[in-house]
Design a protein around this ligand. Structure first.
Ligand SMILES: [Zn+2]
Length: 251
């Protein structure tokens, strides 16, 4: 057994017995990592405020290879991200990013993904409602790509021909990208015109457009894409919650 020290983000915690807590971290050096923290739930425990969800800091655990649950030593938060608690929408956005990582990230380090998650949570921490969806999607799509599932948008997934500037395409979830006008076949996904396509490409690069056209349609597309490719056919629970929270007025 050795002591492992790594930058980490706390993604979930559950009570375990009367005094303990099970913690799920995303760590820079070991990916997703579960740990049991004994005694932390006693009143006035040493970690009272430190173990708040989505905080990021430095984690020390007693680490043993091939063990599901490691033994927690301590966690010193650097970023508490208290802004998330000020708006349920922010919290829901952070939960989407966290659940995506928990669903798919492996138990090995992936520093760019770790940094991307941190950036996404920072963006959610202070986001204003008017720009919420574009801001979230500009963080979510790069994480999807970071997990290895980015959609193909520049060329048709069937024939490989590059899209013309003004061409409509139809999204094919199974094939992981857009079909051109001559290859629509059985594709049932949404149709994407040139504006939606270029805005989606921007989101994949982490750029929130100044005005995202039909933001809820973009959210649905991201949600369906995750359901199909990342979360094994079931929508992320946090995305269902988020969709219910977003104002009905946006298209
Ligand atoms: Zn084609």
């Amino acid at each position: 057994m050795s002591i492992l020290s790594t930058p980490a983000i706390l993604l979930r915690s559950y009570p375990y017995s009367e005094t303990s807590q099970i913690l799920r971290f995303y760590t820079e050096s070991q990916g997703v990592l579960g740990a049991i923290a004994r005694g932390v739930r006693k009143t006035g425990g040493r970690f009272g405020g430190a173990l708040s969800t989505f905080s990021e800091g430095f984690l020390n655990i007693q680490f043993r290879e091939n063990r599901d649950l490691q033994t927690f030593r301590d966690f010193s938060p650097i970023k508490a991200r208290r802004g998330l608690a000020q708006d349920p929408l922010r919290l829901a956005g952070a939960s989407v990013l966290g659940e995506l990582i928990l669903q798919h990230a492996e138990s090995e380090g992936h520093p760019p993904l770790f940094a991307g998650l941190g950036r996404g949570l920072d963006a959610m921490d202070g986001v204003e409602r008017e720009v919420f969806l574009p801001t979230l999607l500009a963080q979510l799509w790069p994480l999807i790509r970071g997990l290895g599932f980015g959609p193909l948008l520049q060329a048709c997934v069937e024939c490989g021909r590059a899209f013309q500037e003004e061409e409509m395409g139809r999204f094919d979830f199974g094939a992981g990208g857009l079909r051109c006008s001559s290859c629509q076949g059985e594709a049932q996904g949404p149709r994407l015109g040139p504006v939606a396509r270029s805005q989606l490409m921007g989101l994949l690069d982490g750029e929130a457009p100044e005005e995202l056209i039909r933001p809820k349609a973009h959210l649905r597309l991201a949600s369906d894409f995750i359901t199909y490719h990342v979360s094994g056919g079931t929508p992320l629970r946090s995305l269902t919650v988020l969709t219910a929270l977003t104002p009905k007025t946006d298209a």
